[in-house]
Design a binder for this molecule. Structure first.
Ligand SMILES: *[C@@H]1O[C@H](CO)[C@@H](O)[C@H](O)[C@H]1NC(C)=O
Ligand SMILES: *[C@@H]1O[C@H](CO)[C@@H](O)[C@H](O)[C@H]1NC(C)=O
Ligand SMILES: *[C@@H]1O[C@H](CO)[C@@H](O)[C@H](O)[C@H]1NC(C)=O
Ligand SMILES: *[C@@H]1O[C@H](CO)[C@@H](O)[C@H](O)[C@H]1NC(C)=O
Ligand SMILES: *[C@@H]1O[C@H](CO)[C@@H](O)[C@H](O)[C@H]1NC(C)=O
Ligand SMILES: *[C@@H]1O[C@H](CO)[C@@H](O)[C@H](O)[C@H]1NC(C)=O
Length: 487
């Protein structure tokens, strides 16, 4: 992002003392999604994607080479929020240069791009914008389900291709001092309450953390997958004060560990992976249902259920577990997240901060859909796929140094994202092949839509899109971003 710009572009920015930069226009990649009802089927919506504010050039208005989002903040540029807003501008981004390619209803994210001499990490994070192209799309998923197709075949150990929800402000906390708002990807928050240099487009002058409810629908590579609700004590997007312990794990306002299900971690070691029941060497469909006590939106969330579809066959999440506490659940373990399951897992912070009911209230208010691809130099993502207990990956397989050296073309493709009434986002003809272990009664519980009114649950576009990113043509000016893609 800090690519040197030709002098004539610097001259343009010199005159631009405003809060939205003018050097690079912001053109959101279009990615169609679908909204589904049991009554009327699925309707396509012209939604788009926007990258996070902090993955852009955020620079001095009079000098593109001086960054604003530094740690610590530059006290000359940003002594206070109002001065900072005068002095700093948030720039557009050429999406190819951050490893993002969207076509039709699919988006491919790449971790690394070749700059001519080496692969550089770009690790994109994207938010779903509404049809107005200005505000985030509010997903209100209590008593609803969300489905998408995914190709994780190119994600090995240590990679995390994620699709999740955060209770961000739908305008990106747009304000007088943050006129850009969601159009420029401001307002990010999650249950880790990260301390970042800018929060809601404003300088973070007191080391606050940026907190909100988070529902991790999908964190995965080809070796392991987890889905995990993380609750917070307050609704919406809010700050935590580190001097009080509010940003801490055990005394804090958000549940950092969450209450998740990772089938491998529970002992189902042959359910998810290349050639396994859910065959990750090929695309498949992921359905997540947010079920309430009486299947209306007026009662609390009581279950988060996972289903897979592959080869037109429904595959319920595995109910296999070797965890003694989970085996002893009243009624047994059905492969779903319930409050009893969370108690059995000892998810104390989750329960302390609202539990499934709190997560359901957040889902009812509306959350923002996030796509990201990342890896982790600190822990090699072993909490997701490693150590022999969370997944099959060995202790060093997830080291980003090894990934970039041996497998730099890691990517994930998400497609056909749709949501709506329970049972409205998919149809299957197979209710349970021998391979899945599902059977007709399990399929009857999960399905519900008659043929002809659901969307095509098959895979369209996944994995077929050739990724071509790099020098983009911006406003008629060829902007050399120096990123050359390897097909
Ligand atoms: C801080 O901002 C000033 C004013 O733009 C600039 O001259 C200086 O180089 C910046 N400092 C750093 C460390 O970037
Ligand atoms: C930190 O600053 C923000 C504004 O940037 C403010 O809303 C918040 O109350 C401050 N926190 C403390 C503890 O002063
Ligand atoms: C928790 O917060 C307190 C401030 O109240 C701080 O002194 C302490 O070091 C924090 N503990 C951890 C484990 O981060
Ligand atoms: C709600 O719907 C789900 C999915 O169709 C079903 O499994 C469950 O039994 C229903 N719950 C109630 C209370 O009817
Ligand atoms: C760990 O896994 C990586 C990648 O799968 C492999 O190259 C390496 O040899 C393994 N190391 C050990 C000690 O097994
Ligand atoms: C199908 O699953 C139900 C519920 O788990 C079980 O009671 C039934 O015996 C199964 N039927 C077959 C044919 O496997």
């Amino acid at each position: 992002m800090a690519a040197a710009l030709p002098p004539f572009l610097l001259a343009i920015t010199l005159a631009a003392a405003q809060r939205i930069g003018t050097a690079i226009p912001e053109v959101h990649p279009k990615m169609a999604t679908q909204l589904c009802t049991s009554a009327a089927g699925c309707v396509t919506r012209q939604t788009s994607l926007v990258t996070d504010a902090l993955s852009r050039s955020f620079h001095a208005a009079d000098n593109m080479a001086v960054p604003c989002a530094t740690t610590p903040l530059n006290a000359t540029l940003c002594p206070d929020a109002a001065t900072c807003a005068q002095n700093c501008v948030l720039e557009g981004v050429e999406y190819g240069s951050i490893g993002v390619l969207a076509t039709g209803s699919a988006v491919t994210l790449r971790q690394y791009l070749f700059d001519g001499s080496a692969f550089k990490s770009v690790s994109p994070r994207l938010y779903l914008l509404a049809e107005d192209d200005k505000n985030y799309e509010p997903l209100k998923l209590l008593n609803q389900e969300l489905a998408f197709d995914v190709d994780v075949s190119k994600l090995g150990c240590g990679m995390n291709g994620a699709l999740y929800l955060s209770e961000m402000d739908m305008s990106g906390s747009r304000s007088e001092l943050n006129p850009a708002g969601a159009q420029y990807g401001t307002g990010y928050c999650d249950a880790q309450c990260f301390t970042v240099p800018f929060i809601n487009g404003l300088p973070n002058l007191n080391s606050s953390g940026s907190c909100c409810n988070e529902m991790d629908i999908w964190e995965a590579n080809s070796q392991a997958t987890a889905y995990t609700p993380h609750t917070c004590s307050s609704p919406g997007s809010f700050l935590c004060d580190p001097s009080t312990g509010a940003c801490n794990k055990t005394t804090g306002v958000c549940d950092k560990d969450g209450c998740g299900i990772n089938a491998f971690g529970l002992g189902a070691t042959s359910f998810y992976g290349p050639g396994l029941t859910v065959d990750t060497s090929r695309p498949f469909t992921v359905v997540t249902q947010f079920l309430t006590a009486d299947n209306t939106s007026s009662t609390p969330l009581v279950e988060i259920r996972r289903l897979y579809i592959q080869d037109n066959t429904l595959i319920p999440n595995t109910a296999t577990t070797t965890n003694a506490a989970v085996q002893k659940l009243p009624g047994g373990y059905a492969g779903a997240i319930t409050q009893d399951y969370c108690a059995a897992r000892g998810a104390k912070d989750f329960t302390r901060l609202g539990g499934l009911q709190g997560m359901g209230e957040s889902l009812a208010r509306g959350m923002v859909l996030v796509f990201s691809l990342w890896n982790s130099p600190g822990d090699f993502m072993s909490w997701l796929d490693g150590g022999g207990s969370n997944g099959p990956c060995n202790a060093t397989a997830g080291d980003p140094k090894g990934i970039v050296q041996n497998n730099p073309e890691v990517s994930v493709t998400f497609s056909n994202v749709r949501w709506g009434d329970i049972g409205s986002t998919f149809t299957v003809s197979g209710g349970g092949g021998a391979a899945s272990g599902a059977n007709a009664s399990a399929a009857a519980v999960a399905g519900g839509s008659g043929s002809g009114k659901g969307v095509n649950a098959g895979i369209q576009g996944s994995g077929s899109a050739k990724v071509r990113v790099g020098g983009g043509v911006v406003g008629g000016i060829a902007l050399l971003v120096g990123m050359i893609m390897v097909l």
